[in-house]
Design a protein around this ligand. Sequence first.
Ligand code: NAP
Length: 273
Amino acid sequence: MKDAPFAAVAGFPVNHSLSPVMMRRWLDDAKCPGEYGRVEIAPSYAERFFKALPELGWAGVNVTVPHKEIALQCADHATDAVKAIGAANLLTATPEGTLKADNTDIIGIEAALAGDKTDTPAVLIGAGGAARAALYYLARQDRQITIVNRTRKRAEALAATCPVSIQISTNLNEALMGAGLVINATSLGMSGQPALVPDLSTTESDALIFDMVYAPLETGLLKQGARSGRRCVDGLEMLIGQARPSFEAFFGVRPPADTPIKSTLLKALGQQA
Ligand code: NAP
């Protein structure tokens, strides 16, 4: 008899990841055989571990910080989106014994930004891995894009990877004037990190404010957005959106549509806090 598929989230550290909670709930609700764990892999072991996945018989792994770039380098095949972003958050073992890289953060961002008007000026805060995926989303639209990042050089390097024209700024409040979409792709606002509370009063009156941070769920940025009457989207929308295609890739079925997955995660976040 074939073993039930096994998958995990791999990172360093990885204890904080909510992926096992989400996957377990979907496996139970779908009555699907399968296991999903978490593996803490130090950077010096990441390459060996990823390359061994097909031989180990694992269905694959979700990849989180700091392994998304090395994950792509270990793969035998990669989708165009992964190649463009330069980072993978999903590795799956194929029946032929090879390793395939994908980036479902894009799908998570698209799900989170379902209410985006797509033609308004966009401000992307950050220039790390998550910002790369957000820029891939933004660059496919005809809109003005401004990247604001603490380290200007990093923002310039990110903009240089993109075929469309991008403005760079280190003055957030200035960049926000007239913005219709604001994305926080930095760790600012996370528990233990400095807050991000810019002036949103000059953004469009129905601007969409999306914070990728989900611990805490209601960040300073989102509180400020709500106070200013702007539309707000929290980081769990992206987390859930990126996990759905991963679940299907590992276990061969879609996550049940009627699972109250957000309340499952909110409960888990409450227990972590
Ligand atoms: P990363 O590659 O390490 O990038 C971190 C970014 O945050 C950089 O732009 C960095 O600026 C900035 N930053 C960090 N500390 C800062 C500070 N004190 N002041 C100003 N800027 C600071 O991390 P990442 O993978 O892109 O993740 C970024 C955030 O997105 C994290 O909060 C992560 O949890 C979140 N995320 C959420 C999801 C989701 O599903 N909701 C998915 C992926 C990521 P410098 O370039 O100047 O260092």
